[in-house]
Write a protein that binds this ligand. Sequence first.
Ligand code: 3PG
Length: 400
Amino acid sequence: MPSFKTLDDLPADLTGQTALVRVDLNLPMHEGRASDVTRVEAVKPTILELADRGAKLLLLAHFGRPKGQRHSTMSTSLVQGDVERVLDREIMFVSEVGGPVVEQSLGILRPGDIGLLDNVRFWPGEEANDPEFARAIAANGDFYVNDAFSAAHRAHASTEGLTHFLPSYAGRAMEAELKALEAALGNPERPVAAVVGGAKVSTKLDVLQHLVKQVQHLIIGGGMANTFLAARGVDVGKSLAEHDLAATANRIMDEAEHAGCTVHLPYDVVVAKEFAANPASLRTANVHEVAADEMILDIGPRAVEALGDVLKTCRTLVWNGPLGAFETPPFDAATVALARTAAALTQEGSLTSVAGGGDTVAALAHAGVARDFTYVSTAGGAFLEWMEGRELPGVAALTR
Ligand code: 3PG
């Protein structure tokens, strides 16, 4: 794995130094409060460690996509209360990211105190990765810590640019994330299985194309499986499927065969005539017996059992996306069952399991196993780009 510096490479006593710490505070909001503070909990160890070692901290984050302009609805001051609650410390809000206002705040902050800078995307220099903008931010810090893996797919001033001006370190969350990802796909123990689910093949084409060359078992679920089944000539009734991607799906299956990767598609499925919770028309069917007015909403129990057996032969698992329409019962059954098998194998020590991206965290939490996986990433886009085998600018900058 390419090496990067961590907080262990900094002096034990950081009194007199200011740390610019990039965190991801892009939190989902509900009625003026964060509805999920997992991302704050993730960066808490880094923040408290630096504070306890005597540094002054300036937290740098984006919030929404304000496109280079100030919007009161996207100020990081809106999450200040949530951050304070999770950290159990008072923090000081600073309405700028560089210049004299930040300098003055540093005059007020004492060693161990924490300042929260406003949304770095209020300035066009952030997304443009303008070196002058990065230089102006860097002027108020002695070193830079990036603890925001979930923003590392952006080559922005606060994720990439700052590393050109300050000694740069991975925070504890970034460090754990990079180690977990390395164990999952960088240098994994084989055999490796990947579960890729979700509604659409079109959003995950690059992921699938990369994975067939990396893993020995590719388990496809969700609406994506319907597209693959249809491409193989299976009549999927009125299931969600991207029929125009049949040629692409067939090419991916050919590439898999060529690379020695087994693609697993369900041979039994859970179908209904309407998409609703516990519909009257619910039934389990062989995949070749889906009626024209039925839709596939989950993979079936026999397929789940077979997939569990596949996982028992594997040493590593990467999971992205649910296997069925998991938000509506009983179409969560396959996701829950397979997630529990993976969690049990992980707890027994036979499987390294890494999951991440969009709905995945919610699906695993729903199955009650998020803590039993080896690692669950809260990153969305960054996790997918990593699964595509792409270099993430924010990570590459730390390893330079
Ligand atoms: C996220 O919420 O996934 C990250 O914070 C990145 O946000 P972005 O997609 O607006 O860059």
